[in-house]
Design a protein around this ligand. Structure first.
Ligand code: JHZ
Ligand code: ZN
Length: 411
């Protein structure tokens, strides 16, 4: 264990490193195949710690936000039909249950390509998206979404209030865990939210990651993996209370959190707070066990790949996910074991994976190649991917590796 102490970003308690992942590139920083300057590739030292006081699991020091969120962001949430359906259902749910007054508007932090807010465009409900990456903002605008490019903080909120007044609902899905200076977000929310407003957040849930050993959820962008306990501590510093939670299987296990200025904790929040105490989310020994589980998961996949290579089998990957950057780099899995990775995202096709330099090919040609084995790096979307490719006539053996190796023969 590295003796490296630092301060918790939520409560300022001393924290010390529990897992050291070594040098990592930025997960969504894909390299150009032509003119690749591999020797210049940016890397940072990825170490994680948990706060023994508030349970906040965090990456100790993360790259500058401008290196991660800029006009070449490569993640477009609408690439997945299951994600689109999930956010359509969330949109319907909010419109039915929370929008009662036509003057109310909803603000989305990290609005990406408009996957969620387009539901409000269709129903002509006032909304505003904020995202730090200009290219995804432009895609959302092309769908009619009202969105601005910027980092969400108090100054940005002051200018929003001048134009639109205060928001009834502030939502943020799969974004809070990207923002290193979480107090800046809370300061903004505090001035922007109406007194009777609600805040809804959703992101990958810490206990799910611990149970699966899916350490891939940790990377430069994912500099926090939140849970009820750590969010509750952060929000109570601004007199916002965690009232309710809902658990979803999306992204390998996500939690949706509801906060307001009224302290009315429902059974769901109580239940998960108790569960987190039971599994000891704030305790270093929990993370030592998690580290062992993670190393096992990685070693099992690597042994499988070496075995198949030795048998002369062809192996590719499916889904050039951000999370696979951690797995591939930590496990030193590169083109000696995997020929290429297929993905349907135009911004990813033709590039190389960060650190491991595996070529990313257009998923539209996947079914023509008949690889012996296909590793599903987007394991969270496996049903959607396998069904789609089965329909296209692909013949391969699909390989899942979380929480353990599982083969599905689609021939
Ligand atoms: P997917 C993302 O992580 C990014 P990633 C982000 N950092 C975040 O917070 C988490 O989600 C929660 C491709 N695909 O969703 C598209 C196909 O090619 O597992 C994507 O590149 N064909 C914001 O990147 C990838 O797979 C398909 O049919 O780990 C999926 O990425 C489908 C369905 C997907 O998230
Ligand atoms: Zn803390």
């Amino acid at each position: 264990m590295v003796d490296n102490s630092s301060k918790c970003r939520v409560c300022n308690n001393n924290i010390s490193v529990t897992i050291d992942f070594g040098l990592m590139p930025i997960a969504n920083n894909l390299l150009e195949r032509k003119n690749k300057k591999v020797e210049d590739e940016y890397k940072f030292h990825m170490q994680t710690a948990v706060c023994n006081k508030c349970g906040c699991f965090q990456v100790v020091s993360v790259p500058d936000k401008n290196l991660m969120f800029n006009d070449s962001y490569t993640y477009f949430a609408s690439q997945s039909k299951s994600m689109t359906q999930h956010f359509n259902e969330l949109g319907d749910n909010i419109i039915t249950n929370f929008i009662s007054d036509k003057t109310d508007y909803i603000l989305d932090i990290g609005s990406n390509d408009g996957i969620f807010l387009k539901n409000f465009v269709n129903k002509k409900i006032d909304h505003l998206g904020v995202d730090a990456s200009e290219n995804v903002v432009n895609v959302s605008k092309s769908k009619g979404v009202d969105a601005i490019c910027g980092f969400f903080n108090k100054d940005l909120c002051k200018s929003i209030i001048k134009k639109k007044g205060k928001a009834k609902i502030i939502i943020s899905t799969n974004t809070m865990h990207h923002i290193e200076k979480c107090h800046e977000v809370l300061e903004g929310m505090d001035i922007l939210l109406k007194d009777d407003g609600i805040i809804i957040l959703e992101d990958p849930y810490l206990p799910d990651m611990l149970e699966l050993g899916s350490f891939e959820q940790i990377y430069a962008e994912h500099n926090f993996i939140w849970c009820c306990k750590s969010y509750k501590t952060l929000f109570e510093k601004y007199s916002f209370y965690l009232n309710k939670v809902e658990h979803y299987s999306i992204h390998g296990g996500s939690m949706r959190y509801f906060f307001s200025r009224e302290n009315i904790q429902e059974q769901s929040a109580k239940k998960y707070l108790e569960l987190e105490e039971k599994i000891q989310v704030s305790n270093d020994t929990t993370y030592q066990k998690f580290r062992d589980k993670s190393i096992n998961l990685c070693n099992n996949l690597k042994s499988f790949l070496i075995e198949k290579k030795n048998e002369g089998k062809s192996v590719c990957g499916y889904g050039a996910t951000a999370k696979s950057t951690t797995l591939l780099n930590f496990g030193e899995i590169n083109t000696s074991l995997i020929d290429c990775i297929y993905d349907s995202t135009p911004a990813k096709i033709g590039k190389l994976t960060p650190g491991t330099h595996i070529p990313i090919n257009d998923a539209s040609s996947f079914h023509l190649k008949n690889f012996d084995y296909t590793i599903i790096f987007a394991w969270n979307l496996k049903d959607e991917i396998i069904n789609k490719e089965k329909h296209n006539g692909a013949k391969t053996i699909w390989v899942e590796y979380v929480p353990e190796i599982k083969l599905t023969n689609a021939n």
